[in-house]
Design a binder for this molecule. Sequence first.
Ligand code: PA5
Length: 354
Amino acid sequence: MADISLDAIDFRNVDEGAMYQHIEGFFTNFLIWWKLSNSFPLPSHFVKANKIVISGMGGSAQAGTIAKDLLFGEAKVTVELVRDYHLPAYVDRNTLVIAISYSGTTEETLNTFIEAYSKGAMLLGIGTGGQMAALARKYKVPYFEHDYEAQPRAALHVHLASMLNFMSRLGHVTISNEMLGRVNELETYMRAHWVETIPEGNNEAKQLARKMLNHVPVVIGDGVLCGVAGRYKSHFNENAKSMAYYELLPEMNHNALVGSERPVKSPEWLHLLLLDSKYTDEQNKTRMVLTEQLFKDRKFKVTRQQFSSSSPLEEVLLAVSFGDYVSYYLALLNQVDPTAVNVIAQFKSKLSHE
Ligand code: PA5
């Protein structure tokens, strides 16, 4: 197959579902949905919650994993993420359960919503409606309903902005006006570096996508970029239709390092993408450098990616945007529609008929 030029391709022909507009609009939409979330009334007793459980699956869970990383250094309450049918046994009247489902129909998330209500937990739903909205009305609990039309993973800005807005209003994380003001600068940076009009020679996102072509991406997350590493993995799966995996530092230094001995034949099929966070322990920064070297010595393909930022929020948002572009360009190189995920719907339908 001839090499595809990412500069000359008419991407609208491949991108039938218009995924590009969501990727390009990420920062603007994050700010829009932050403002819209400001006026959503939160019950005053939510401030008393001493445990927070976020429930969601797939694209909808990503706001939870990323928010959890951002809350880690600040929140004085337990924050847990559930991606399954059941809530932990400790969930009680003093627990705030936030269930996110874009469609409002995902059976695992709905089950936790019902469980949370039966345990008397404080309950909040986020999504576009569906059965969860109906249940919220029945239970008389708050439901943040939005109408952003996209695949669930492309609505991350709505779910993340609203989640962080609520967490900040409840005192679990600080998101200052100055931090929000800087989001416009991230947008400027993105437009100068990663958008489709920037030629591949100067466009790091296009360059990385090309390096990933015909490789299995293994994303290594660190510090506040652990949840983001999971999003990269999912985006390589869903946008680029490629198998991909992720690992977390420092944990992977205690097992995957040994695994790097094999495959002996063709280790270069795996491309390790190390997301190097500024917001992590100093020892983890050293681990990142040593890990890069070790995998290079073992002939794996390796890229270490850093993001210039002045707060964890900025680093996370910038890293999300970069990964969205890389997976998008990889989809174009793979000549697949970045939006379509038909097999997920088919699988859900099979399950409901069992
Ligand atoms: O990307 C996807 O379409 C999936 O990962 C969904 O987000 C997942 O199946 C959950 O669906 P929903 O987000 O509607 O709850």
